[in-house]
Design a protein around this ligand. Sequence first.
Ligand SMILES: [Zn+2]
Ligand SMILES: [Zn+2]
Ligand SMILES: [Zn+2]
Length: 160
Amino acid sequence: MAARQVAGLAEPWSGVPAMLRRRGLRWTPQRRLLIEVLTTIQGHITGAELVERCRGLDPSTIPSTVYRTLDVLEELGLVRHCHGADGREEYHVLPADDHGHLYCGGCGAVAEIPEDAAAALTAALRASHGFSVDVSHVTIVGRCPRCARAEPEAEVGRGP
Ligand SMILES: [Zn+2]
Ligand SMILES: [Zn+2]
Ligand SMILES: [Zn+2]
């Protein structure tokens, strides 16, 4: 890992210290570390993984501090939580819009549900059940194309 930058944070994270202070939260080294870790992430990461990465850089990291800070960052729109296949919280860093997720039970890959597919899904459920879907909380479990292709081969099973 490259040397951590100790000077300014890049946009849109540079405003975070002031936003936290406005909410009565101090800008602490642990919070700063979390933000620095978040700036290196593209897309999704689980809460546990975030805690682990912070711990790797600062063993005194307190998980509850990480999760509390994530709650505030979500209110600020910098992260958005969803739920993995097992219900545990995952975070989308700098989400562009609300989206659902496809979760591969074979390899654990996560993909976003394309906007047109999500629109078709929510329209169908609204029509059939009068139900308004919270797209950001939709996680569909299945098999990604690669795992779906790999499975028939696995079933053939070459003996030793
Ligand atoms: Zn939730
Ligand atoms: Zn996402
Ligand atoms: Zn897969």
